[in-house]
Design a protein around this ligand. Structure first.
Ligand code: GLN
Length: 477
């Protein structure tokens, strides 16, 4: 496991590098490698260098900001003041943010330098980064394969060393699945742990912001400053924030690790199953006990997720009407024409599909059959986890049904793409945290991740166990 940010910070505080030097080095790497990867979609070099000089000035004054030296990528759905926020959509092509999201503001305050904005699926809707107005990001392991999505640019940028850490958002797996496909670590926090203020909403009762990093030391250092209560998000949790930096120490003696039988189903790719089993063996060797558990309502997870999130999206995306935000159709004949054409021209196919699905499941006559029923399934899934966590401390599962798939392979079949979210959507339905770390590689050398789930606010325990799951081959890189 490597922690490039923590290493860079040590060099910065020792005086052997400057923050400007780190920024220039990363900008040069972006200039040479990003054209092939398409991971960053906007880089404001002048702003980067100005921010880096500001950090150097603080360090010269004797300050030691906690994130000084951090070179950060930010998913295109997280607001940064004065920078474009396009959500990888044509509809926001000309939108510049007036605010910093709370999550980002906290990192900048501690000395983080934002290198630029990273690619994603339009409005974070997708599992492959193929639904992006910028075109898809490429997987650094093999450019013909998808990065995963929706935070595909963030995972690719971290994996290729274009930035130290990147922020993603996760509504149903968008941090964890691309982390798994790109061989890096990603944390979807407990719902409410990180403020959503300044995150463009997809499905508000599911969305969370979290970090993607190459090592758990880097990930914990950033998460320390993302977590915490914020008055500007009324679903923000007011609970104490532990010291995450000391969590990735691997002390897990006595930890009870649940293995849900429903997640190791026949559809699971054999190499993926083997990597997950190997990681569980490492946990056992470090003193954990593996215990079978059951999460019986898992098979309804994807259906409930795509009913509830599209319902919320249909409401959240109503604001893009050509009047206040975003693309406006030319020469409308009347108000209705303005709405219809602005939205029709501005949104991509997947976003339109979801708005229609969400509007349908909320419409009178169908509400009880779909939306209300999916809400009941959501409660059952939450209760499944509560029962399981009565007997185990964490749960270990595959992150995805298989490794990164070839671009275009699900293009004509949205349902097959949705079904690949089976292992990740349940954490968002239940509001619990999920950490994905590399577990190994398949015979073709493609990265495979393991997912660790825990009760609400157990991120420290997940980090501790995650450091043990990490395969030795990565440790020596
Ligand atoms: N792939 C899932 C979807 O398309 C998850 C997206 C996300 O977490 N933002 O909705």
């Amino acid at each position: 496991m490597i922690n490039p940010f923590l290493d860079a910070q040590q060099a910065l505080f020792e005086g052997s590098v400057t923050c400007r030097g780190l920024a220039e080095e990363h900008l040069a790497r972006i200039a040479s490698e990003n054209p092939a990867l398409n991971a960053f979609v906007h880089v404001d070099e002048a702003a980067v260098l100005q921010a880096a000089d500001g950090v150097d000035a603080r360090v010269d004054r004797g300050e030691r900001p906690a994130l000084a030296g951090l070179m950060l990528g930010v998913k295109d759905v997280i607001c940064q003041k004065g920078q474009p926020v396009r959500c990888a959509s044509k509809i926001l092509a000309d939108f510049t943010s007036l605010i910093d999201s709370t999550a980002l503001a906290s990192l900048i305050e501690e000395g983080a330098v934002v290198l630029g904005r990273t690619n994603c699926d339009e409005f974070a809707m997708g599992s492959s980064n193929e639904n992006s107005v910028y075109g898809r990001a490429k997987n650094p392991a093999d450019p013909l394969l998808v990065t995963g999505g929706s935070s595909g640019g963030s995972a690719a940028a971290v994996s290729a060393g274009l930035c130290h850490v990147a922020l993603g958002s996760d509504t149903g797996g968008s941090i964890r699945q691309p982390a798994s496909f790109c061989g890096v670590a990603g944390l979807k926090p407990t719902y409410g742990r990180v403020s959503r203020f300044g995150l463009v909403a997809y499905a508000s009762s599911f969305d969370s912001i979290g970090p993607i990093a190459r090592g758990l030391g880097d990930l914990a250092a950033v998460f320390q400053h993302l977590a915490g209560h914020d008055d500007r998000d009324n679903t923000s949790a007011d609970v104490p924030v532990p010291d995450f930096a000391t969590s990735a120490d691997g002390s897990i003696a006595g930890l009870r690790v649940g293995l849900p039988e429903e997640y190791f189903d026949p559809g699971l790719d054999a190499a993926t199953a083997q990597c997950v089993r190997d990681a569980v063996t490492r946990l056992e060797a470090a003193g954990a006990t593996a215990i079978p558990v059951s999460l019986p309502h898992t098979r309804y997870g994807v259906a409930a997720y795509y009913i509830l999130t599209t319902a919320e999206a249909s409401s959240n995306l109503a604001r893009y009407d050509g009047v206040r935000y975003g693309h406006r159709a030319a020469d409308p004949t009347d108000l209705q024409d303005l709405y219809v054409r602005s939205r029709n021209e501005g949104f991509g196919d997947e976003v339109k599909r979801r708005i229609m699905l969400g509007t349908y499941v909320l419409s009178s006559g169908y509400y009880d059959a779909y939306y209300a029923k999916a809400q009941r399934v959501r409660r059952l899934i939450r209760e499944d986890f509560e029962h399981a966590f009565a007997g185990v401390d964490i749960i270990a599962t595959p992150a995805t049904p298989g490794p990164a798939f070839p671009a275009g392979s699900h293009a004509d079949d949205p349902l097959s793409m949705y079904l690949s979210d089976i292992y990740t959507v349940t954490a968002n339905l239940a509001g619990i945290p999920g950490l994905v770390v590399p577990a190994g590689t398949n015979p073709d050398g493609l990265p495979i991740g393991i997912q660790l789930l825990g009760p609400a606010f157990s991120e420290a325990e997940l980090l501790r166990a995650g450091s043990v799951c990490w395969p030795p081959i990565h440790a020596s890189v």
